[in-house]
Write a protein of this length. Sequence first.
Length: 385
Amino acid sequence: MIILGIETSCDDTGIAVIKADQRGLKRTCLPTKQESMRISILEQAPYGINFDILSNIVSSQVKVHAKYGGVVPNLAAREHLRNIEPCLKQAIKESKINLKKVDLIAVTTGPGLIPSLLIGVNFAKALAYKWQIPIIGVNHLEGHIAAIWLSPNHKTSKFRVPNPNFFPAISLLVSGGHTQLILINDFGKYKIIGETRDDAAGECFDKIAKLLNLGYPGGPAIATEAAKLKTKSQKLKVTLPRPMIEQKNYDFSFSGLKTAVLYLIRDNKEKIKDEKFVQNLCAEAQQAIIDVLIEKTMRAAKEYKAKTIILSGGVAANKELRKQLTKATKKLNSKPQLLIPHLKFCTDNAAMIAVAGYLRYKFKRPNNTNWRTISADANLRLKNW
Ligand code: KG4
Ligand code: ZN
């Protein structure tokens, strides 16, 4: 099956063509409408689905938004409108498939910036109407989680239908717009157990980078500065708070951290001119975010006896977070498996949307996949299948 993925929820225009090959699945094991999903999934456990990424085009708008230190929604929509058709053409060309071969369109319907979402959703609906093929709306966050099934090496991009040893899973989803801890008890069964009460982790990186004039997006810029600190002797005493780390819930708050950096800059007007001080400040800000994320994730993993921990979203590209989460997971007595998307698929892309759309289409078998029923929703929540 060939799936066209479309992603325009924020400032990246993404179009991908993926091929889902389920030759490994026994026909009799495919879920039928009558079967309960749990049974059909257990039956399929030894089988898998190969995802071949035939093309994955991401047109970044970083240059457009950089001068504002963040995404400007209306400018983002204008850029999506300009880029989306060339991206489609390039995606189809690179995939070397005939347009008529596309079986399903998967498009991000939310959450995100409504001007941006509307461009992708309406474009996708027009294609579904023109080609007379099914279309499925995808929750962007479900897309980020589905990125764990993608591999840059097509041959190994294998989705193993989760077996009973996979659940419960705890997913830490950290992006520019979201910071959530999600309990996944079964295929398509999500429960948000905690989330940020104000800024998202990625937003915090972006805002701190803006305060330090490090450019946009802030996450990679702060990580780069922090990584310049090579030896202990270069370490200066810079201390920032770890908001809500002691609280016995799974919620987060990052706006206070940004304010703490603002005051630190205000009170150290001379020191801030020193690049070593900036590097220390970046390292401490990054570590403060990581400490809170890991502490809460580990606590959730223990409480819910997680067999799998999933890290996803743009901030999952942070190398220190990946490294430290791997270390923390190994220390857990229950030894859960840790799944982190390949670096290439952490930030917004349409391949992850295509995979999430395909899985929902295949396993939920939605009744309505008509273009008329699809609409954008800026505040879309993760819904159970
Ligand atoms: O998932 P994503 O591409 O877009 C949203 O859905 O929001 O995430 C973008 C966010 C930005 O805030 C960016 O600063 C952050 O991910 N990010 C990083 C890194 N790469 C991207 N944060 C920390 N370290 C990184 N290496
Ligand atoms: Zn995202």
